[in-house]
Design a binder for this molecule. Structure first.
Ligand code: FEO
Length: 162
């Protein structure tokens, strides 16, 4: 069993993960519109991963005999000034998600909710990887500095993400 307060917090996080999926899909659409299909592929895969994160919360709430309650998703941004601007926003977004996961973990500890605390471990570790992956692309884009040749090479590399 989880507390009502924890159930609400987990449902809020489920929505945040779904919004992440929606935001990255919006970034994929931006890249597709610029014919940068490799960048778009990377974002589509990221969007799929985020839906997977949302579903982990869905399954956990159910396993704890709680009730999943889906909230409204806000409209994501649809345009960016450059590929770098989009990835910088993705990085900022991941930092925000890391903060939310840490708040949830703090709540689980305060409630002595050991099961939820253990469930959240995976997300704490995942966020380290998520921030690192996005930050690497940000750094590569800074190196490319909008040079078409470098951008196309990076596009090819990101197109290989499975
Ligand atoms: Fe599910 Fe990228 O955080």
């Amino acid at each position: 069993m989880i507390s009502d307060k924890m159930q609400k917090a987990l449902n809020d996080q489920l929505r945040e993960e779904y919004f992440s999926s929606y935001l990255y899909l919006s970034m994929a659409a931006y890249f597709h519109s610029r014919n940068l299909d490799g960048f778009a592929n990377w974002m589509m895969k990221q969007s799929d991963e985020e839906k997977g994160h949302a579903m982990k919360f869905y399954e956990y709430i159910n396993e704890q005999q709680g009730k999943v309650v889906l909230g409204a998703l806000e409209k994501p941004q649809t345009d960016w000034a450059s590929p770098l601007a989009a990835f910088q926003d993705a990085y900022k977004h991941e930092q925000k998600i890391t903060g939310l996961i840490h708040n949830l973990t703090d709540m689980a500890m305060a409630e002595k909710d050991h099961a939820t605390h253990i469930f959240l471990h995976w997300f704490v570790e995942e966020q380290v990887e998520e921030e690192s992956n996005v930050s690497k692309v940000v750094e590569m884009l800074k190196m490319v500095n909008d040079h078409p040749q470098g951008l196309l090479m990076l596009d090819r590399a990101l197109g290989e993400r499975k």
